[in-house]
Ligand binder design. Structure first.
Ligand SMILES: *Cc1c(COP(=O)(O)O)cnc(C)c1O
Length: 402
């Protein structure tokens, strides 16, 4: 590894530059330290890696294909566009890669009760799935507002045997669900493991989640080498907390000729108060145990995020992205609700893939910037989720009766 490699972060205290860390209460600290210690033990352990890979392959369906999007390539008349098909994973998104890693760790630690937070419900479904697989009880904290908005996923979690706990404090959405999950953890110290759904939270979560997701980029390197005999020129992904983007980018962080663009949700527009673009429109602060860019008022109150896509609707972002943003290693752009909807329709029509609204944000920016790249260039976009979960939102937006 290079001496000043981007892959060496975080440092031993969990910092990516000035971001990250462990801003937690004294009661939570021993739990976090235990997770860190156990994760350090297993992360390079051959048997653990073998077990993880076994479930990635036989249960999740990895490697996910790398697909040449020929009609979109033709339509844009520029670089070659590839989709990394993580929407084909079991449960329909990238979230399960991370859940599998964390539940195997929980089992190694002898934990017998799993808790999680969820916004759109994708992480809740993935957690409920791995809990059913290993026969562990699962409690999912979910904002009251999200329970209303995301009824199909609530139903899925129930079918999988999870208990949903409705959170009616604060804005009644993801941020508050995460607060409640942290509270539960402190009061159930002995037997409980908290599976966090994105590359955020106190150290070691941001690094651990990234590591479990980094299988995405590793596969892309090998697949593109086999197909094209070279590395990609540009990687693109959407950003909520940032786990699927880091999963794709991490492998290539030290390849200085590989460019990266991550796309935040601009909701009704960056200049309105209804968006979720923490880097483009926020500033540094502390939330959920780490220092990072946050949407906040002048007095430091966390502001509610808005996006048509519930998976991007979080007022913060993982600390590693705040670091990569300030280092200018990754470029951060944004797409509005309307732009994402247009890209959603475009993808259905040209490639026969119904994307989740999250990656539709990345596709929207891809369409705009493709003209800046020559025909010999290669862009890989992470198709991190499928759109089944979004059909009700889409129907409402497009005023279609279903
Ligand atoms: C949860 C989710 C996201 C946002 O989370 P990241 O941690 O930023 O990846 C994006 N896309 C899909 C499909 C999701 O389910």
């Amino acid at each position: 590894m290079l001496k000043n490699s981007y892959k060496n972060y975080p440092n031993e205290k969990g910092y990516f530059g000035q971001f990250g860390g462990r801003y937690v209460s004294e009661t939570l600290m021993p739990l976090i330290l235990e997770v860190e210690k156990e994760y350090e033990k297993i992360k390079n352990d051959r048997n653990f890696i073998k077990e993880f890979n076994y479930y990635l392959e036989t249960y999740i369906g990895r490697p996910s294909p790398l697909f040449f999007a020929e009609r979109i390539t033709k339509d844009l008349n520029g670089p070659k566009i590839y989709f990394k098909r993580d929407e084909l994973n079991h449960t329909g998104a990238h979230k399960i890669n991370n859940c599998m890693g964390q539940i195997l760790l929980a089992k190694k630690m002898g934990k017998t009760r799993i808790i999680a937070e969820t916004g759109a419900g994708q992480h809740g479904v993935a957690t409920a799935t791995v809990c059913a697989l290993f026969g562990l009880p699962c409690i999912v904290y979910m904002g009251e507002k999200d329970i209303e908005r995301q009824s199909p996923n609530v139903f899925r979690m129930k079918l999988l045997g999870a208990e949903i706990r409705s959170v009616s404090t604060g804005s009644k959405s993801l941020k508050d669900a995460m607060n409640e999950a942290l509270r539960d953890w402190v009061t159930n110290v002995k037997d409980t493991f908290y599976i966090i759904g994105t590359a955020a939270g106190p150290h070691p979560y941001p690094a651990m989640v990234r590591d479990f997701q980094s299988v995405i980029g590793k596969e892309v390197r090998q697949q593109l080498k086999d197909i094209e005999g070279k590395s990609p020129d540009l990687l693109m992904a959407c950003i909520g907390g940032g786990s699927n983007a880091l999963g794709l980018f991490y492998e290539f962080l030290d390849d200085s000729n590989v460019e990266m663009i991550a796309v935040e949700a601009a909701g009704h527009g960056i200049n309105t108060d209804k968006h979720a673009a923490s880097l483009t429109g926020g500033k540094p602060g502390v939330l959920h145990g780490n220092k990072t860019y946050l949407l906040q008022s002048n007095t430091g109150q966390i502001q509610e995020a808005h996006s048509i896509s519930a998976g991007l609707d979080y007022p913060g972002i993982g600390p590693e992205h705040s670091f990569l943003f300030e280092e200018k290693r990754v470029k951060y752009m944004s797409a509005t609700d309307k732009e994402a909807l247009d890209a959603f329709k475009y993808c259905c029509k040209l490639e026969g893939i119904i994307p989740a609204l999250e990656p539709a944000h990345a596709l929207s920016v891809l369409r705009k910037i493709a003209k800046n790249y020559n025909k010999d260039k290669i862009i890989v976009m992470n198709m991190c989720g499928r759109g089944d979960k979004d059909i009700f939102t889409i129907a409402e937006e497009l005023k279609i009766k279903i």
